[in-house]
Write a protein that binds this ligand. Structure first.
Ligand SMILES: *Cc1c(COP(=O)(O)O)cnc(C)c1O
Length: 428
């Protein structure tokens, strides 16, 4: 056996071994809420975090743990845990870092739902977000203040397929003594491993490519284990005594696993944004074919982006794999296996043409989702980004005549034929 297994091997095997009770080869769905303690001492040791084991499925469950370990391995992290959705993962990722009055500095180029969560909902916890164009490094540095506790961006950003310069952003966060959190949903660890580019924490909506088939919502948080939480007094949840665990100091006691243990022992215990074992099962099934699907997604996206760009009915295409993209060289550095399969294009004709286009597609599904085996389309301005101001929409690359595509793994000629007939109707 080679020392380090390849990605294709790990996506099938990491986190799973034959079931110790039955020999079952596939990871069983442990559909149970609780686990019997060997005796009172065992129970006490588990509750004190002196021994690792299963207590109650709000915290940990063997099926869910297998998935968390698989994603953590694929990302090259030290530890991780799963959550009920991608949005839950984002709250869970910030939870150990934030407190009332603290802020996160986030990229303007984000999934519409994340802009919403960060603009409005997190304010109810007394947290806030400052949005900055991460191309403007001076503005990013200026936005970081004494109350900032994290920097947040996506590797391949929604909806335009923008590629974040992760090493440059990581260096800025590092110089400020802050962790960089990267949402790696659109890239997946097959196309991009943010920790190798300096990220501290990776979050996922497993709802998308990791599951792949559009069956369940889920999320995951992966920690690199590399951040020194004790370098300042900014992260008391991880460095100060925790009253619920007899004054345990997470970082001092658990080192590189401090953030992961806090996420489970405090975060999942008290916020309860837990993934269920049935959901984890669907995602474990999907993740086994991740690399095969991503290769086809990228291959199809390459054909379609080039075909659209050459079409006179199209104003522009944003896929970063195109030679015309300002992010073409960066994509070669950050996502060398391909610039993903989500991008936007603008139809000549404005808002009405965008609406007509999504009404005319037959094979593409008009849904508020992405990263499915099926090809999907959405007119962001009238749906996912409609709550945003026109300025926020433009900053996020979701203008009035812009359509977002999530290219599936179908026969690419069928997909091009569908786009062709819908474009004809939209521009008639
Ligand atoms: C879908 C998505 C989310 C939110 O995930 P849910 O599972 O829908 O909660 C966050 N970030 C990105 C990039 C997404 O695509």
């Amino acid at each position: 056996m080679t020392k380090t297994l390849g990605f294709d091997t790990l996506q099938v095997h990491a986190g799973a071994k034959p079931d110790p009770a039955t020999g079952a080869r596939q990871v069983p769905i442990y559909q149970t809420t609780a686990y019997v303690f060997r005796d009172a001492d065992h129970a006490a040791a588990l509750f004190n975090l002196q021994e690792v084991g299963y207590i109650y499925s709000r915290l940990t469950n063997p099926t869910v743990s297998a998935l968390a370990e698989r994603i953590t391995t694929l990302e090259g992290g030290a530890g991780g845990f799963c959550c009920s959705s991608g949005h839950a993962a984002q709250i869970m990722a910030l939870f150990p870092l934030m407190a009332p009055g603290r802020n996160v500095v986030a990229s303007t180029k984000l999934y519409g739902g994340t802009v919403q969560q960060f603009s409005n909902t997190i304010r109810k916890f007394g947290w806030s977000a400052k949005f900055v164009d991460f191309e403007d490094h001076a503005a990013l540095k200026a936005a970081i203040d004494d109350d900032t506790r994290a920097v947040f961006c996506e590797s391949i950003a929604n909806p335009g397929g923008y590629i974040t310069d992760l090493p440059a952003i990581a260096a800025i966060a590092d110089a400020a003594g802050l962790p960089l959190i990267v949402d790696n949903t659109s890239a997946t660890p097959y196309l991009c491993r943010p920790i190798e580019h300096g990220a501290t924490i990776v979050v996922h909506s497993t709802t998308k490519y990791l599951t792949g088939n559009g069956t369940v919502t889920g999320g995951c948080v992966v920690d690199s284990g590399k951040f020194n939480w004790s370098q300042s007094d900014k992260f008391p949840s991880l460095t100060a005594p925790e009253p619920a665990y007899h004054g345990l100091k997470f970082h001092e006691a658990l080192g590189g696993m401090a953030y992961t243990f806090h996420g489970i022992a405090v975060g999942l215990r008290d916020l309860g944004m837990t993934m269920n074992p049935q959901g984890a099962h669907y995602t474990l099934m999907g993740i086994e074919t991740l690399s095969l699907r991503m290769e086809r997604h990228v291959q199809n996206a390459t054909r379609i982006a080039n075909w659209l760009e050459a079409d006179p009915r199209v104003e522009y295409v944003t896929w970063a794999g195109l030679k015309s993209s300002p992010y073409h060289d960066r994509a070669a550095r950050i996502v060398p296996k391909g610039a993903g399969a989500i991008f936007t294009f603008a139809i000549k004709g404005g808002y009405e043409a965008g609406v007509k286009f999504v009404n005319s597609v037959e094979l593409f599904s008009h849904v508020a989702n992405l990263g499915d085996t099926r090809s999907l389309v959405i007119h962001s301005a009238s749906t996912t980004h409609r709550q945003l101001t026109p300025e926020q929409r433009a900053a996020a690359g979701a203008g009035d005549n812009v359509v977002r595509l999530s290219i599936g793994i179908e026969d690419v000629n069928d997909l091009i034929a569908d786009l062709d007939q819908a474009l004809a109707k939209a521009t008639a």
